[in-house]
Ligand binder design. Structure first.
Ligand code: DQA
Length: 155
């Protein structure tokens, strides 16, 4: 019997503060509530999720290595590491799994440093500015990509 599609959801530094941190940019949902929404959506796709939030780059990288054998794709909100971390980029590339980069806020409408991502170039796609809904959009797109690839639609 084939096992369920499994997708890893990685939340980077400071995302543990969701709901309390700068709601004008990040919305009012807590990380726990966001993960619950994602669980429900995954369930509706017959998929399962594994989650990590960490404020530590090395821990994020170790977790990617640990799960690269048992997930088919990633949803990644790298937080500020997306602007700077070649180590996180290399780790994502090394997994050989596609990922969608997500930002809750519209990073292009904020300080100039936020408009630069060192991950985007190797991402399947990028979703920014839709608050928590962006993660659901990313999950739907990833499931679609993995299960019913339309020739030429997303690689
Ligand atoms: C963020 C945007 C980043 O610039 C910021 O450092 C974050 C959150 C977002 O979800 O909008 O931590 O990734």
């Amino acid at each position: 019997m084939s096992r369920r599609l499994r997708i890893g959801v990685l939340h980077g530094p400071n995302l543990n503060l969701l709901g309390r941190r700068d709601p004008a940019h990040y919305g009012e949902l807590t990380l726990e509530a966001l993960d619950r929404l994602l669980e429900e959506r995954a369930e509706s796709h017959g998929a399962e999720l594994v989650f990590l939030q960490s404020n530590h780059e090395g821990e994020l990288i170790d977790w990617l290595h640990e799960h690269m054998v048992d997930v088919e794709g990633w949803i990644v909100n790298p937080g500020a590491l997306g602007h700077t971390s070649y180590a996180l980029r290399d780790a994502l590339a090394a997994t050989g799994r596609p990922f969608v980069e997500v930002h809750l806020s519209n990073v292009y409408a904020r300080e100039p440093f936020r408009g630069r991502s060192v991950l985007a170039e190797i991402a399947l796609g990028v979703v920014a500015g839709f608050r928590a809904r962006g993660y659901l959009i990313a999950l739907d797109a990833m499931v679609d990509h993995l299960t019913s690839p339309v020739q030429g639609a997303s690689g």
